[in-house]
Design a protein around this ligand. Sequence first.
Ligand SMILES: Nc1ncnc2c1ncn2[C@@H]1O[C@H](COP(=O)(O)OP(=O)(O)OP(=O)(O)O)[C@@H](O)[C@H]1O
Length: 260
Amino acid sequence: MSAVLDMRGVSVRRGRKLLLDDVTWTVHEDQRWVVLGANGAGKTTLMQLAAARMHPTTGQVSILDEALGTVDVFELRPLIGFSSNALVGSVPPQETALNMVVTAAYGVTGRWREEYERMDERRAFELLNAWGVGTVFDRPFATLSEGERKRVQIARALMTDPELLILDEPGAGLDLGGRESLVRRTDELITSPTAPTTILVTHHLEEIPPSFTHVLLLRDGRVVDAGPIEQTLTSESLTKTFDVELTLHRRNGRYSAFAD
Ligand SMILES: Nc1ncnc2c1ncn2[C@@H]1O[C@H](COP(=O)(O)OP(=O)(O)OP(=O)(O)O)[C@@H](O)[C@H]1O
């Protein structure tokens, strides 16, 4: 089984603050991971490393068999689909939904841009349609609802047909129907034969699609536990992670937790 992502003794320091502390984590090709942790636990920092957007202060990160620090990250990034709110700040006000998706391809096809443009646009449009936002393709991204933006961001993350897909809080700000539809679509996506290896960051257990196989629990930059979801996601591990007495409930492959 080959490792898509491998972190060994990874720490990230900013000033006096240790954002990640001695994290060791391996993600294999056929696995789908959920990352859970309280606000400020280090989840987004961990995803920035996994998406080759940041280097560790100490330790080794290897993505798709390339060691960070020895590889051109601009060659690596198109292989990684990254959906994160961190991206939204850099979107020009008039950028349309279609362009949000199509520009993700330029890293791969920029050299042949003139010839590939129509093909790229077609693919982007198909992805928008697949995620239920085909009708807003010509609207400025900035004017879309939160739910529509989330779907456009996922379509963008899939544009380059990535080998690793990272969804950082894709359900944040969605209403109940939007969340359920996202869970269903994500589940369909990741159980398809051509699905990329997927990592999902969430604050809400209800957002975990049933087909996720593994969980990593993070607290204060350290790994509390990591492993197969059925054994690792327990009332005890959640209580340790969130520092609140929690009881885990599981029904039809979906999860929820409540304070005692
Ligand atoms: N450049 C920085 N300098 C100092 N501290 C930072 C810096 N960037 C992030 N932090 C801190 O590192 C910690 C981890 O941040 P991170 O965004 O990774 O957490 P998170 O688990 O994603 O949180 P949330 O769930 O609230 O999004 C936070 O306490 C944050 O304030």
